[in-house]
Structures are given as C-alpha cells and as structure tokens.
Design a protein around this ligand. Structure first.
Ligand SMILES: [Zn+2]
Length: 331
C-alpha cells in the first residue's frame, strides 16, 4: 500500500511540512510545498496560473495561519508551471539559483499567450500545446515575477528553528535546478529533479548530471520525497528513475553511433519496461539532449521542433492503441 494518496490538494507530511499535489502530474500539473515552524513559513514553488496558485494559497492559509504572510518563496527552477504564480506572494523574498534567475529572464509571457491563441497556425507543435494547456491553464494577467535573491551551489536557511538546505544540482531538467532538504524532518522537495510515474523531460542536460542528482538524493537520510510532478514517494523510487536515464543513455548511444536522426532514434527505443509512466513523448526531448551530450554538431531539434515531434509521437501512440483495440472486430 502506498503511504501517501495522490489526490489534489494539501497533504500534511507532519511536523510542519506540507505538499500540495496536482494529479495527473502531466504537462503543467506541478506540485508545491510549504514548510512552517514557529510562526514562519517558506513556500516551495507556485503553480502555472493565478487561479490555481490562489486556490493553493487559500488551502495553505486554512491549514497554517502563519501562511497568511509568507516570508520566503523558493523557486526550484525556472519553468512556468513552478513560477507563474509568483506575483501572488510578491511581498516575500523570492530565492532561486542564479542560473534559474538567468533562465527565467528569457521567458516571454506575451509570446506564450499568443502561441496558445494561434495554435491552429502552428501545425503539430501548436496542436500539442493546445491539447496540453488550453482549458487547463489561463495565462491572462500573469506578470513575470523574478527572484529577489540568488545563490550558487548551496544556501542554508532557517524557517523558525528549522534548518532548510537549498542544494543546486542543475543543469539537468533546466539550467538551474535545486533540491530543498529539511534534515530534521527527513524530507526532500526535489522540484522537477524527480517526476514520479512520469517520463521526465531533460530540457537542459547533461543527463549524466541528472544521474548524479539521483545518487545525491539516494545518499540523503530522508524518508519522504516530494517530486515536482506525480505522487509522493520514498527514496527507493529514485532507483527506478535513475535506471531510466541509464537505459536511455545506453540505447541512445547505440543509435547515435549508427547514424540515426533524433526522431528515428526516439521512435526506435523500446519503452515497454516503463509502461504506466505518463507523457512517453518526452523521449524525443531526452534523445535530443543525449545527442547534444554526445557532441552532435548538427541535427539537433529546436524547442518548436521538439513540440512538433512530441505531438506526432503521441498521435501515433494513440493510433496504435486504437488499432489494437479494434483488431479483434475487423478480422
Ligand atoms: Zn514542472
């Protein structure tokens, strides 16, 4: 029996640590966290839009009165599904790694709104974003709200009497990923260094760095691991997650050496041992990053091309599943 249920909302981890979960954990459905001690609170990440973030803050304030004035917000990385709600806690000090800050500065909120509006003109990439985001998230009113304090490598904080350690482990998922470790509570909030029951997209890489981050978490004395997406898990989940990257590294190298293109390699790799993990189309991003890690000098895909190929990959998966379910009736 899993120790934690995967239901939407605030989950009390005990001793002043909370996780806020958003099933399904797929595209944009991120988790967040709250650490409270002696009347002080630290929020870990905001959500993809203002409505979702406001709803989360209401739940936190109902459970923890001192969350009415959150003193500190930590962004685990730059991705919009962890930062677009920042403006709702703008009186807090906002802490992130310097590399997260640099990457966040490049986000163009208006361009994203326009892309989503004009999705029909953007082919498979537009359709892919439309399916992932439209109707789920609302980017109206979002004002990019940047971190106000940055660090490199490590930063020790106190929330009340509780020690909280920020540890930079990127570049991996993004350029500036960090972990948030609460030693006394044997808890780690991993941000998107862990996707539980989902394929992780390695936007930045190198993948070898992500594998090192898995080793670091496994070496910690922790019993509760709150991922950036998906259900809360125990440390043992990192073993399977690391094995995914090791498998992908081996399989991609073979295809790189054989001269396959990135999309050919992505379609060719057998992912059946990870059945049950969502968002399988992210294989395209990961093969692209591994080709970059292996020193590919040409043929790498742009963010737009990645969305195009992920859209195609997912459509073909659906069609295959559909064919299988109808095979018995047709013949
Ligand atoms: Zn995320």
């Amino acid at each position: 029996m899993p120790k934690w249920t995967f239901t939407k909302g605030l989950h009390d981890l005990g001793n002043g640590c909370f996780a806020y979960l958003q099933p399904t954990g797929g595209w944009g459905w991120s988790n967040a966290g709250l650490i409270a001690d002696s009347g002080q609170t630290l929020l870990i990440d905001t959500l993809y839009d203002l409505k979702l973030t406001a709803e989360m803050l209401d739940k936190m304030r109902a459970a923890v009165p001192s969350a009415k004035s959150i003193r500190t917000l930590v962004n685990t990385h730059s991705n919009a599904d962890h930062t677009f709600g920042n403006q709702l806690v703008k009186d807090a000090q906002i802490i992130a790694s310097q590399k997260c800050y640099d990457e966040m500065k490049e986000i163009d909120v208006e361009a994203r709104r326009q892309e989503l509006k004009n999705w029909q003109a953007l082919g498979d990439a537009g359709l892919f974003q439309h399916e992932n985001l439209d109707g789920n998230f609302d980017f109206e009113g979002i004002v990019l709200t940047m971190p106000t304090k940055t660090f490199e490598r490590e930063l020790d904080l106190k929330v009340g009497d509780k020690q909280v350690k920020l540890i930079e482990v990127g570049p991996a998922h993004t350029r500036g990923d960090i972990l948030i470790h609460v030693p006394k509570d044997r808890t780690v909030f991993t941000g998107d260094i862990l996707f539980s029951n989902g394929h992780p997209p390695a936007w930045a890489g190198p993948i070898s760095n992500w594998i090192k981050a898995c080793d670091l978490i496994m070496s910690m004395d922790v019993e509760t691991v709150v991922p950036g997406h998906g259900p809360i898990v125990e440390k043992s989940a990192l073993k399977d997650f690391k094995a995914y990257f090791e498998y992908l590294t081996r399989e991609t190298r073979k295809r790189f050496d054989a001269g396959m293109s990135i999309s050919e390699a992505a379609y060719d790799i057998d992912l059946s041992q990870f059945k049950g993990w969502i968002d399988e189309e992210r294989i395209v991003v990961n093969v692209n990053t591994l080709y970059k890690d292996l020193g590919a000098s040409s043929g790498l895909l742009s963010p737009f091309e990645l969305r195009t190929w992920m859209g195609r990959y997912r459509r073909e998966q659906r069609e295959t599943a559909h064919d299988h379910s109808h095979a018995g009736h047709n013949h």
